[in-house]
Design a protein around this ligand. Sequence first.
Ligand code: CMP
Length: 147
Amino acid sequence: MEKTFAYLKPNSIQRGLIGEIIRRIEEKGLKIVALKMITISESMARELYREHAGKDFYEPLLAFIQSGPVVAMVLEGENAVQRLRILVGKTDPLEADPGSIRGRFGVSIRKNLIHASDSIESSNRETRIFFEETEINDYSLLNEGQF
Ligand code: CMP
Protein backbone atom coordinates (compact mmCIF):
# COMPACT_ATOMS: atom_id res chain seq x y z
CA MET A 1 0.00 0.00 0.00
CA GLU A 2 1.24 3.45 -0.92
CA LYS A 3 1.24 6.41 1.44
CA THR A 4 1.05 10.08 0.55
CA PHE A 5 1.26 13.36 2.45
CA ALA A 6 -1.11 16.33 2.24
CA TYR A 7 -1.91 19.42 4.22
CA LEU A 8 -4.82 21.84 4.12
CA LYS A 9 -3.49 25.39 3.79
CA PRO A 10 -4.55 28.20 6.17
CA ASN A 11 -7.32 29.46 3.86
CA SER A 12 -9.05 26.05 3.89
CA ILE A 13 -9.31 26.36 7.67
CA GLN A 14 -10.42 30.03 7.49
CA ARG A 15 -13.11 29.17 4.92
CA GLY A 16 -14.52 26.29 6.97
CA LEU A 17 -13.55 23.72 4.36
CA ILE A 18 -11.73 21.17 6.57
CA GLY A 19 -14.70 18.80 6.68
CA GLU A 20 -15.63 19.21 3.01
CA ILE A 21 -12.11 18.48 1.77
CA ILE A 22 -11.52 15.56 4.13
CA ARG A 23 -14.92 14.16 3.12
CA ARG A 24 -13.82 14.11 -0.53
CA ILE A 25 -10.57 12.40 0.41
CA GLU A 26 -12.41 9.71 2.40
CA GLU A 27 -15.02 9.36 -0.35
CA LYS A 28 -12.20 8.62 -2.80
CA GLY A 29 -11.24 5.64 -0.63
CA LEU A 30 -8.01 7.03 0.78
CA LYS A 31 -7.47 5.94 4.38
CA ILE A 32 -6.36 8.59 6.89
CA VAL A 33 -3.44 7.13 8.88
CA ALA A 34 -2.24 10.39 10.48
CA LEU A 35 -4.00 13.72 11.04
CA LYS A 36 -3.26 16.88 13.02
CA MET A 37 -3.70 20.65 13.16
CA ILE A 38 -0.40 22.48 13.41
CA THR A 39 1.00 25.98 12.91
CA ILE A 40 3.96 25.74 10.54
CA SER A 41 7.22 27.28 11.79
CA GLU A 42 9.56 29.21 9.51
CA SER A 43 12.11 26.37 9.45
CA MET A 44 9.40 23.84 8.55
CA ALA A 45 8.13 26.12 5.78
CA ARG A 46 11.62 26.60 4.30
CA GLU A 47 12.31 22.87 4.40
CA LEU A 48 8.93 21.98 2.89
CA TYR A 49 9.34 24.30 -0.09
CA ARG A 50 13.15 24.25 -0.44
CA GLU A 51 12.92 23.33 -4.15
CA HIS A 52 11.22 26.71 -4.76
CA ALA A 53 13.86 28.80 -2.91
CA GLY A 54 14.74 31.90 -4.92
CA LYS A 55 11.55 31.93 -7.04
CA ASP A 56 9.52 35.13 -6.93
CA PHE A 57 6.60 33.43 -5.17
CA TYR A 58 8.77 31.70 -2.51
CA GLU A 59 8.76 34.30 0.32
CA PRO A 60 5.03 35.23 -0.05
CA LEU A 61 4.24 31.49 -0.10
CA LEU A 62 6.20 30.95 3.13
CA ALA A 63 4.39 33.90 4.79
CA PHE A 64 1.00 32.58 3.68
CA ILE A 65 1.45 29.04 4.95
CA GLN A 66 2.60 30.37 8.36
CA SER A 67 -0.36 32.78 8.60
CA GLY A 68 -2.60 30.36 10.52
CA PRO A 69 -2.97 26.71 11.43
CA VAL A 70 -2.95 24.00 8.77
CA VAL A 71 -4.26 20.43 8.87
CA ALA A 72 -1.61 17.86 7.97
CA MET A 73 -2.33 14.25 7.09
CA VAL A 74 -0.91 11.03 5.77
CA LEU A 75 -3.17 8.98 3.51
CA GLU A 76 -2.87 5.39 2.44
CA GLY A 77 -4.25 3.43 -0.50
CA GLU A 78 -3.43 1.89 -3.87
CA ASN A 79 -1.63 4.50 -6.01
CA ALA A 80 -2.33 7.02 -3.25
CA VAL A 81 0.06 9.69 -4.62
CA GLN A 82 -1.51 9.82 -8.07
CA ARG A 83 -5.10 9.40 -6.87
CA LEU A 84 -4.78 12.29 -4.45
CA ARG A 85 -3.07 14.52 -7.05
CA ILE A 86 -5.98 13.97 -9.46
CA LEU A 87 -8.53 14.66 -6.72
CA VAL A 88 -6.66 17.87 -5.76
CA GLY A 89 -6.31 19.18 -9.34
CA LYS A 90 -3.73 21.36 -11.09
CA THR A 91 -1.69 23.89 -9.07
CA ASP A 92 -3.50 26.89 -10.58
CA PRO A 93 -7.21 26.71 -9.70
CA LEU A 94 -7.94 28.50 -12.98
CA GLU A 95 -6.64 25.46 -14.86
CA ALA A 96 -7.87 22.79 -12.45
CA ASP A 97 -10.67 20.47 -13.47
CA PRO A 98 -13.94 21.88 -12.03
CA GLY A 99 -14.58 18.55 -10.29
CA SER A 100 -11.29 18.72 -8.40
CA ILE A 101 -10.81 20.32 -4.96
CA ARG A 102 -8.84 23.27 -6.35
CA GLY A 103 -11.14 23.58 -9.37
CA ARG A 104 -14.24 23.63 -7.19
CA PHE A 105 -13.07 25.87 -4.33
CA GLY A 106 -9.80 27.53 -5.37
CA VAL A 107 -9.41 31.19 -6.30
CA SER A 108 -5.68 31.94 -6.52
CA ILE A 109 -2.55 29.91 -7.21
CA ARG A 110 -0.96 30.84 -3.85
CA LYS A 111 -4.11 30.10 -1.85
CA ASN A 112 -4.82 26.84 -3.65
CA LEU A 113 -6.26 25.23 -0.51
CA ILE A 114 -4.27 22.00 -0.29
CA HIS A 115 -0.83 20.63 -0.98
CA ALA A 116 -0.39 17.01 -2.07
CA SER A 117 2.99 15.31 -2.52
CA ASP A 118 4.06 14.73 -6.13
CA SER A 119 5.94 11.43 -5.60
CA ILE A 120 6.59 8.73 -3.01
CA GLU A 121 10.00 10.28 -2.32
CA SER A 122 8.47 13.75 -1.73
CA SER A 123 5.79 12.19 0.44
CA ASN A 124 8.36 10.47 2.67
CA ARG A 125 10.38 13.68 2.99
CA GLU A 126 7.37 15.91 3.66
CA THR A 127 5.82 13.43 6.11
CA ARG A 128 9.01 13.55 8.21
CA ILE A 129 8.72 17.35 8.47
CA PHE A 130 5.28 17.07 10.08
CA PHE A 131 5.05 13.69 11.80
CA GLU A 132 6.98 11.38 14.09
CA GLU A 133 7.01 7.72 13.03
CA THR A 134 4.83 6.89 16.09
CA GLU A 135 2.10 9.25 14.85
CA ILE A 136 1.49 7.15 11.72
CA ASN A 137 -1.21 4.58 12.48
CA ASP A 138 -1.31 1.04 11.13
CA TYR A 139 -4.90 -0.25 10.99
CA SER A 140 -7.51 -1.73 8.65
CA LEU A 141 -10.91 -0.40 7.67
CA LEU A 142 -13.80 -2.89 7.84
CA ASN A 143 -14.60 -2.28 4.14
CA GLU A 144 -10.98 -2.24 2.97
CA GLY A 145 -10.56 -3.82 -0.45
CA GLN A 146 -14.26 -3.36 -1.35
CA PHE A 147 -13.93 -0.10 -3.25
P1 CMP B 1 1.82 23.50 -3.68
O1 CMP B 1 1.21 22.28 -4.25
O2 CMP B 1 1.77 23.68 -2.21
O3 CMP B 1 3.35 23.56 -4.16
C1 CMP B 1 4.05 24.76 -4.31
C2 CMP B 1 3.17 25.95 -4.12
O4 CMP B 1 3.70 27.15 -4.59
C3 CMP B 1 1.92 25.74 -4.93
O5 CMP B 1 1.11 24.76 -4.35
C4 CMP B 1 1.35 27.14 -4.95
O6 CMP B 1 0.60 27.44 -3.78
C5 CMP B 1 2.60 27.98 -4.95
N1 CMP B 1 2.88 28.51 -6.29
C6 CMP B 1 3.33 27.85 -7.36
N2 CMP B 1 3.46 28.67 -8.42
C7 CMP B 1 3.10 29.91 -7.97
C8 CMP B 1 3.02 31.19 -8.57
N3 CMP B 1 3.33 31.36 -9.84
N4 CMP B 1 2.58 32.22 -7.82
C9 CMP B 1 2.25 32.05 -6.52
N5 CMP B 1 2.31 30.85 -5.89
C10 CMP B 1 2.71 29.79 -6.61
